[in-house]
Design a protein around this ligand. Structure first.
Ligand code: E4P
Length: 219
């Protein structure tokens, strides 16, 4: 299972990378805006900085929503670095763009996926990654994890090569459940990854070991 961090914040990306468990980064226009990054050249420079931190797989999202625009923008994004994965929304022209990039050997991440039907379309078009948004489904009383389970089953049945990238992951239990279900990748904020570390018995056990060691040493 791969871990991607879902942020455009360079410090958080560095922290997750230095933990030694990071496989990639996802960003979106909202996350870039949150870091105050705007303007074409600043956006590209920021993607390059992210690529300089991690080993591979940096999702950079197109803003265009028409086929020609997505192709032009996606090609420019892919030129920034070999680590770039072009992120394309699940719309009709997006499916065509995914097909095009697949034929050109450019990796894509199909985003804003909320149904199994959309997942089938993206896989048939040749998406490298598929991003179903768990948290946003949960927010409106749909079961996000059930969708991941359904897509994993369909992809395994037909041997689709598209990797299921569970997105909009809000807490550590989402991540653990995705691991149980067989999602290939999760993308989440740093706190979801560091949340996996936490257990009160680890904290109290370590405190006891250190206290016993100090006592035995006569401290
Ligand atoms: C990742 O690719 C998505 O853009 C992201 O996970 C969305 O998460 P959110 O629903 O918390 O904004």
């Amino acid at each position: 299972m791969k871990f991607f961090i879902d942020t455009a914040n360079l410090d958080e990306i560095r922290e997750a990378y230095n933990l030694g468990v990071l496989d990639g980064v996802t960003t979106n226009p909202s996350l870039m805006a949150k870091e105050g990054i705007s303007g074409e050249s600043n956006v590209r420079a920021h993607y390059k900085e992210i690529c300089n931190i991690v080993d591979d797989k940096v999702s950079a999202e197109v803003i265009s929503t028409d086929f020609e625009g997505m192709i032009k923008e996606g090609k420019e994004l892919a030129k920034i670095d070999d680590k770039i994965v072009v992120k394309i929304p699940m719309i009709k022209d997006g499916v065509k763009a995914i097909k095009y990039f697949h034929s050109e050997g450019i990796r894509t991440n199909c985003t804003l996926v909320f149904s199994a039907g959309q997942a089938i379309l993206a896989a048939k078009a040749g998406a490298s990654y598929l991003s179903p948004f768990i948290g946003r489904l949960d927010d409106i009383s749909y079961d996000g994890l059930q969708l991941i389970e359904q897509i994993v089953h369909i992809y395994q049945t037909y041997g689709f090569e598209t990797e299921v990238l569970a997105a909009s992951v809000r807490h550590s239990m989402h991540l653990i459940k995705c691991a149980e279900i067989g999602a290939d990748v999760v993308t989440c904020p740093l706190k979801v990854i560091t949340g996996l570390l936490k257990h009160p018995l680890t904290d109290s056990g370590l405190a006891q070991f250190l206290a016993d060691h100090a006592k035995a040493a006569g401290k």
